[in-house]
Design a protein around this ligand. Structure first.
Ligand code: KE4
Length: 430
C-alpha cells in the first residue's frame, strides 16, 4: 500500500503539532512506523489520505457504534445546522438527552453534560471529594480515566502505550492522594479498605478495563468494590466512558448487575461529537453548582450539535436486537481469528462483550490481570497490526486498546478481516 500522502502530511504536522498528532495514541508509537492520516469514513470503512480503504475496528475509539456517517445522526445534524450551532444557554435537547440517559441507566437519577470523558471523570472525582469531604481516591493499575492530573498514575491507554504510565508535570501532592491497586485483586481492595476505608472519598474503576486491552472483572470483583464503598461511605464511580452503551444498552453495570453511585460517560452519547457526562444518585449530584458547593462548568457543555447527534445515536441503539447483533458478529469475528491463529501456531486469546473486544498475543487461556497484559508478545502484535493494515484492516495502533465492531460491519467485512488475518498471522512465524 502506498502511504506517501500520509507521510507528507505527518512531516508537515510535525512542524506545528507536538508529535504530529492531537492525541498520543494516534502516533503509531505502539506499533512502529508513521501514523496514517484519514480523510473519510462510511459505514464500516475508513479511507486514508492515499485513498487506501480499511475495515475499521477503532470506530473513533468507541463512539461510532453505528458506523461512520450513520444517516440518522447526519440527518439530525443537518436539521440542527439550520437553526443554530450553540447559544451558551440551555436548550430543550439537553433535557431530552438527560432524560434518555436516566431512562437507559437506572442508577443515574441526575446527569450533567460536559465535553470529554476527561472532564467527566475529573468532575466526578471532585464531586465525590466534595460530597464525602475526603481526599484519598482509589484507582486501578492499567485503567485510564482521561488525562486528569490525579489519575495519571499507572494509567492505561496512551500512557501505557508510550511506556509512561505516570506523567511529568503532575505534582507529587496530587498523586499522594491517589492510591493504586491491582485490577481484579479482591484481597488487596479488602485489606486497603480495612486499613483506610473511612478516609477514602471514592473508587473510580473501569467496570471492564478497556485501556489495557480488554480485561473483564473476575466474579466478585465489582461486587467487592460495591460492598467496601457502601460499608465505608465512599463513592463508587464506574467509568463507563468506553463501556457505556457499548457492551450493553445499560452499560457494564447492567451486564454485571452492580450499581455504582456515580457513572461517567462519553463517546457513544455524542454520536461522534465531543460529549462527556457524569451522573448518578441525586443526593450526590445535587452537590454540584449551582445547587451545591462543588464547582463544575463548561462553555460548550450540552452543545446542541453534540446533543442531537447523541440523541439520534441513543434512539437507534435503544431498538431491540442491536446488542445481540453486535455480540454475535464480534463472536464470529473472534472465533475466526482464534482459528487462524491456531492454524499459524500463534499463541492468541480473546475477550469480548457486546461490540467490544480484546485480542492478546498470549499463551494464557484467559487474560484477567495487568501483568498478563504486559507479558503479551508485543512483537507478534506489531507484526499482526501491520499485516492487517497492509491487507485493508485498521486495528487500534496499540496492544493496550480494545477493538470495536459496529452495526455497519456485515458478513463481507468480517470475511475480509479473517482473510487478512490469515495472511497477517502467517507473517509472525515466517
Ligand atoms: P476523553 O477525554 O479522551 O474523551 O476520555 C477519556 C477517557 C476516560 N475514561 C475511559 C474509560 C476512556 O477510555 C477514555 C478515553 N479513551 C481513549 C482510548 N482508550 C481515548 C483515545 C485517545 O486518548 O486518543
Amino acid at each position: 500500500m502506498n502511504h506517501d500522502n500520509s507521510r507528507n502530511l505527518f512531516d508537515l504536522a510535525l512542524q506545528y503539532i507536538p508529535g504530529g498528532v492531537n492525541s498520543p495514541v494516534r502516533a503509531f508509537k505502539g506499533v512502529g512506523g508513521n501514523p496514517l492520516f484519514f480523510k473519510s469514513g462510511k459505514d464500516a470503512y475508513l479511507i486514508d489520505s492515499d485513498d487506501n480503504r480499511y475495515v475499521d475496528y477503532v470506530g473513533a475509539w468507541g463512539p461510532l457504534i453505528l458506523g461512520h456517517l450513520n444517516s440518522g445522526v447526519v440527518e439530525a445534524l443537518h436539521d440542527q445546522l439550520k437553526i443554530g450551532l450553540g447559544f451558551g444557554a440551555s436548550t430543550e435537547g439537553e433535557i431530552q438527552i438527560a432524560k434518555k440517559i436516566c431512562e437507559l441507566v437506572p442508577s443515574i437519577e441526575k446527569v450533567r453534560l460536559v465535553t470529554s470523558g476527561t472532564e467527566a471523570t475529573m468532575s466526578a472525582i471532585r464531586l465525590a471529594r466534595g460530597y464525602t469531604r475526603r481526599d484519598i481516591i482509589v484507582k486501578f493499575e492499567g485503567c485510564y480515566h482521561g488525562h486528569v492530573d490525579g489519575l495519571l498514575v499507572k494509567a492505561g491507554s496512551g500512557a501505557l502505550t508510550l511506556g509512561e504510565p505516570d506523567s511529568l508535570g503532575v505534582p507529587k501532592a496530587y498523586t499522594d492522594l491517589t492510591h493504586v491497586l491491582p485490577y481484579n485483586d479482591i484481597e488487596a481492595v479488602k485489606s486497603f479498605f480495612a486499613e483506610k476505608g473511612e478516609q477514602i472519598a471514592c473508587i473510580i474503576v473501569e467496570p471492564i478495563a478497556g485501556n489495557m486491552n480488554f480485561v473483564p472483572p473476575i466474579p466478585g470483583f465489582l461486587e467487592c468494590l460495591r460492598e467496601v464503598c457502601s460499608e465505608n461511605g465512599s463513592v463508587l464511580i464506574f467509568d463507563e466512558v468506553m463501556t457505556g452503551f457499548r457492551v450493553a444498552l445499560g452499560g457494564a453495570q447492567a451486564a454485571y448487575g452492580v450499581t455504582p453511585d456515580l457513572t461517567t460517560l462519553g463517546k457513544v452519547i455524542g454520536g461522534g461529537l465531543p460529549v462527556g457526562a457524569f451522573g448518578g444518585r441525586a443526593d450526590i449530584m445535587d452537590h454540584i453548582a449551582p445547587l451545591g458547593g462543588v464547582y463544575q462548568a463548561g462553555t460548550l457543555a450540552g452543545s446542541p450539535l453534540a446533543v442531537v447527534a447523541g440523541l439520534a445515536m441513543l434512539d437507534q441503539i435503544s431498538q431491540p436486537g442491536i446488542y445481540e447483533g453486535l455480540n454475535e458478529k464480534a463472536g464470529v469475528l473472534l472465533a475466526g481469528l482464534r482459528e487462524r491463529a491456531a492454524a499459524a501456531n500463534v499463541p492468541f486469546t480473546t475477550n469480548q462483550m457486546g461490540g467490544m473486544f480484546g485480542c492478546f498475543f498470549s499463551e494464557e487461556e484467559s487474560v484477567t490481570r495487568f501483568e498478563q497484559v504486559t507479558a503479551c508478545n508485543i512483537k507478534n502484535f506489531q507484526t499482526f497490526f501491520h499485516g492487517m493494515l497492509d491487507n485493508g484492516v485498521y486495528l487500534a495502533p496499540s496492544a493496550y486498546e480494545a477493538g470495536f465492531i459496529s452495526t455497519a460491519h456485515g458478513d463481507a467485512e468480517i470475511q475480509h478481516t479473517l482473510d487478512a488475518a490469515e495472511k497477517a498471522f502467517s507473517l509472525i512465524n515466517s
